[in-house]
Design a protein around this ligand. Structure first.
Ligand code: PBG
Length: 343
């Protein structure tokens, strides 16, 4: 075959068909053609916005490492949830900064606690948005770990189960549609399902943070939620980021324990797991674009090193292309606004 640089190469599609030039650019020619053949589309209804709620009234405390995000008092949090619902955002997930902390993280299961208060206020307004509770203890324990400690300083797995079950029941009682256990305690989904059912909350769904790596990308969150461990790290309960097969075992266990939705976290560093989860399980698959993923984009955009809206849209589109049908992202309101203005 002689090399012809004036036209694309020709390939035989099969033995009988004539050779055809392959011109992939035909369908990229105009915005309308590109829109017609686009494989992945974002919609506000698939997005979930995380919110940090703190005590007080009319308080908006910006989070330095997460430009555009703030800790909100309950009144402002409810205003924000109302705005998100108007934008068509699918859900909100609440994280609480309690008035005080103790060794057991008692505040997390307090019916008068900060997130419970906000869930009740949202429920009272009957907003068309799904309410999700992060079910964990790390924001409520004085030591910052995700469960009570054993005498040797490790997180006591089986003592954590009872605590997490109490937290989930309290969140359901306050009106959360979904509880999302994120502590990576063995057996947490089964314990929470049993406790919810026993307390009469059979309709409360569980979104399991099934594949949660011990990730450096949670750094800004720990500042935002004041939940950095006082000593040590979370590597004895969160997964080694090097492990993918183990992540699939975690997911299979959570399915067996009664999870309704599986969550992969962090999202962009876990695209392979999102794709594997989508192929293997028929549950809805969610992914969490975590604080560090957001902070990187926001910081680079602030410096003019990246086009923020384009890079954010590209990252979230990749997460959906990999197989996530639900994306938790700090950019949910921004994305919903850009999607609306695009039309
Ligand atoms: C609670 C929890 C964390 C995140 C979600 N739920 C912190 C952690 O596990 O250390 C991180 C979310 C983010 O970084 O945006 N355990």
């Amino acid at each position: 075959m002689s090399l012809n640089l004036d036209a694309p190469p020709t390939f035989a599609i099969d033995d009988t068909a004539p050779s055809l030039p392959v011109r992939m650019r035909r369908l990229r020619r105009t915005p309308a053609l590109r829109a017609l053949v686009r494989e992945t589309r974002l919609h506000p209804a698939m997005l979930v916005a995380p919110l940090f709620v703190r005590p007080g009234s009319s308080v908006r405390e910006p989070i330095a490492s997460m430009p555009g995000q703030a800790r909100l008092s309950p009144d402002l949090a409810v205003q924000e949830v109302t705005r998100l619902a108007e934008l068509g955002v699918g859900g909100v997930i609440l994280f609480g900064l309690p008035e005080s902390k103790d060794a057991l993280g008692s505040g997390a299961s307090d019916d008068d606690g900060i997130v419970q208060d906000v869930f009740r206020r949202i429920r009272a307004l009957d907003l068309p948005i799904v309410t999700i509770a992060d079910t964990c203890l790390c924001e409520y324990t004085d030591h910052g770990h995700c469960g009570p400690l054993a005498p040797d300083g490790s997180v006591d797995n089986d003592a954590a189960l009872g605590r997490l079950a109490d937290v989930a029941v309290s969140q359901a009682r306050a009106g959360a549609d979904i509880v999302a256990p994120s502590a990576m305690i063995d057996g947490q989904v089964a314990a929470i399902r049993a406790a919810l059912d026993a307390a009469g909350f059979k309709k409360t769904a569980i979104m399991a943070y099934a594949a949660k790596h011990a990730s450096a990308f949670y750094g800004p969150f720990r500042e935002a939620a004041d939940s950095a461990p006082a000593f040590g790290d979370r590597q004895s309960y969160q997964m080694d980021p090097a492990n993918g097969r183990e992540a699939l075992r975690e997911m299979a266990l959570d399915v067996a324990e009664g999870a309704d939705i599986l969550l992969v976290k962090p999202a962009l560093p876990g695209l392979d797991l999102i794709a594997a989860a989508r192929a293997r399980f028929d549950l809805p698959i969610a992914a969490y674009q975590v604080s560090g993923e957001y902070a990187m984009l926001a910081a680079a955009a602030e410096r003019g090193w990246l086009d923020g809206p384009r890079a954010t849209t590209e990252a979230v589109t990749a997460i959906v292309r990999a197989g996530a049908g639900i994306v938790i992202t700090y950019a949910a309101a921004d994305l919903a606004t850009w999607l609306r203005d695009e039309r």
